[in-house]
Design a protein around this ligand. Structure first.
Ligand code: AMP
Ligand code: GLY
Length: 422
C-alpha cells in the first residue's frame, strides 16, 4: 500500500513513524518532508500548498491513501481535489476545515449551537472596532479571522495595545487578508488543555489529552512559538472535565457541522480552557497539533492507518482507538533566537539508538548527515510509567543530541507535575 503524507514538520514525522508500523504499507511519500523525515519516507520536493502538483504526483504514483496534515492545504481544499481524483484521504474537506480557517465562522457556529466559548464581537470595520475598544473590558483578546501562521492572536493588557493590534491587522494588514475581519473576545482564565479527536462525522473519539508549552522561555515567558514541548496526559483534564467536554463541546460540534452541511472527518483538535465556569473552546484546529502529536501518537496502541481509514469510510468505533496508560513528554530543540532570527546549517548529531524517539521538524540532509534548517529543529519524546520519569528521560535524551546554538526550555512538564501533585 502506498501512502502519501502532505507536510514536513515534526508532526508529520510522528505520523509517518506510526503509519510505518502497519505491515501493509510498502511505501510512504512525504511532500515535501524534510531531511530527517527522509530517513523514514521518500521525500518529494513539492510544497504542501501546491495542491495541483500534489494531486498530479499522487495519481502518477498510484497512491492508495493520502494524509493531509497541515492547516493550509486543508483550508485550501487539498482533500477535495485528491478525492475528486479518486484518492481516499485523511482530513476534512475545505467546507469543514473552515472551522480553523475562519475564526468568525467558528465563533458564530459556537454561538448558534450554544457551545461554550468566550463572548465576542466581530468587526469588518476598523473604526467600529476602535470605538468598541473604548469601553470594552480589559484585558481583551484580538484575533485575525484567517490563518496567520499561529500569530494572529493578541492578548491585550491595555486599551492602547488592543487598538494597536486592530490597526496592525485592519490598516497595516500585517496578516494580509486574514485581518479583513477580526474577532475581539473576552479574556478567559484557567489551565489550557489540547484534546485531539478522531471523527468520521458521526462518532467522535478523543485521543489522550495533552498540554502544549507555547512560550519561548521558561516559566511561560517570552514570545509565542509553534510550541516548545508537550506532555500527555494533561492532569487538568480529569474524568469529570472529559465527560463535560464530550457532552457540551465535542458531540455538539460534530452535530453542528453536520447540521450546516459541513461534515467534519479527520482529526478535530479542541483547544480548551478549563475556566471557573467549566471548559470552553479557545480554538478549533482542523488537524493534528504540533507538537501535541509527538506525545499523543507514541501513546497510541492501536494501528493509526486503520483508524484513519475508518474516519474516511465512516466506520470509526470507540474500540478501535486504544491508548496506553503511560505518560509522554516531548522536548523541542530549537535554534537559538527562534521564534525571531536564528542561524541555520549546523550539523546535528543524534545517537542512532534514540532515533525512533526523535521527530525532526527543521533539518536538511547532505551525504547522510543532518543539518539544522529551521527554528524548531527537532523534538525528542520519552514514554514512561510516570510523568516525572517521562520528563527525566526526555531531557536525558535531549542532552545526547547536539548541534551548535541549540536552545530548549528546561521546564517542560513542570506545571503538569505541580498540578498532578495537588
Ligand atoms: P490561538 O492562536 O487561538 O491558539 O491562541 C493562542 C493562545 O492565546 C492560546 O493558546 C491562549 O493561551 C491564548 N488565548 C486565546 N484566546 C484567549 C482568550 N479568549 N482568553 C485567554 N487567552 C486566550
Ligand atoms: N500546538 C498548537 C497547534 O498545533 O496549533
Amino acid at each position: 500500500m502506498k501512502v502519501l503524507v502532505v507536510g514536513g514538520g515534526g508532526r508529520e514525522h510522528a505520523i509517518i513513524k506510526k503509519i510505518k508500523e502497519n505491515p501493509a504499507v510498502t511505501e510512504i511519500f512525504a511532500l515535501p518532508g524534510n531531511g530527517g523525515i527522509g530517513k523514514d519516507a521518500v521525500c518529494v520536493n513539492i510544497g504542501a500548498k501546491d495542491i495541483s502538483a500534489i494531486a498530479a504526483f499522487a495519481c502518477e504514483q498510484g497512491v492508495d491513501y493520502a494524509v493531509v496534515a497541515p492547516d493550509d492545504p486543508l483550508v485550501l481544499g487539498c482533500v477535495d481535489v485528491l478525492e475528486e481524483k479518486g484518492i481516499p484521504c485523511f482530513g476534512p474537506r475545505a467546507n469543514a476545515a473552515i472551522l480553523e480557517g475562519s475564526k468568525v465562522f467558528a465563533k458564530n457556529l459556537m454561538k448558534k449551537y450554544h457551545i461554550p466559548t468566550a463572548r465576542y464581537e466581530v468587526f469588518q470595520d476598523m473604526e467600529a472596532a476602535l470605538q468598541y475598544l473604548e469601553t470594552a473590558p480589559i484585558p481583551t483578546v484580538v484575533k485575525a479571522d484567517g490563518l496567520a501562521l499561529g500569530k494572529g492572536v493578541l492578548i491585550a493588557q491595555t486599551r492602547q495595545e488592543a487598538m494597536d493590534a486592530v490597526r496592525d491587522m485592519m490598516q497595516a494588514h500585517i496578516f494580509g487578508k486574514s485581518g479583513d475581519q477580526i474577532v475581539i473576545e473576552e479574556f478567559l482564565t484557567g489551565p489550557e488543555v489540547s484534546v485531539l479527536t478522531f471523527t468520521d462525522g458521526k462518532t467522535v473519539v478523543p485521543m489522550v489529552s495533552s498540554m502544549d508549552h507555547k512560550r519561548a522561555g521558561d516559566g511561560d515567558t517570552g514570545l509565542n512559538t509553534g510550541g516548545m514541548g508537550t506532555v500527555a496526559p494533561n492532569p487538568y483534564y480529569t474524568e469529570a472535565v472529559a465527560k463535560r467536554c464530550m457532552e457540551e463541546i465535542f458531540l455538539p460540534t460534530i452535530q453542528a457541522m453536520n447540521a450546516e452541511g459541513r461534515t467534519f472527518r479527520g482529526c478535530l483538535y479542541f483547544g480548551l480552557m478549563i475556566t471557573p465556569d467549566g471548559p470552553k473552546v479557545i480554538e478549533y484546529n482542523c488537524r493534528f497539533g504540533d507538537p501535541e502529536t509527538q506525545v499523543v501518537l507514541p501513546l497510541l496502541k492501536s494501528d493509526l492507518l486503520t483508524i484513519m481509514q475508518a474516519t474516511t469510510n465512516g466506520t470509526l468505533t470507540q474500540d478501535m482507538v486504544q491508548f496506553s496508560e503511560e505518560n509522554a513528554c516531548c522536548v523541542i530543540l530549537a535554534s537559538k533566537g527562534y521564534p525571531t532570527a536564528y542561524e541555520k546549517g549546523f550539523p546535528i548529531t543524534i545517537p542512532p539508538e534514540i532515533w525512533d524517539k526523535v521527530y525532526v521538524a527543521g533539518a536538511s540532509q547532505k551525504d547522510g548527515r543532518l543539518y539544522t534548517n529551521g527554528g524548531r529543529v527537532l523534538g525528542v519524546t520519552a514514554v514512561a510509567d510516570s510523568l516525572e520519569e517521562a520528563v527525566r528521560q526526555a531531557y536525558a535524551m535531549a542532552d545526547q543530541i547536539h548541534f551548535e546554538n541549540a536552545y530548549r526550555r528546561s521546564d517542560i512538564g513542570a506545571r503538569a507535575l505541580q498540578a498532578g501533585r495537588k
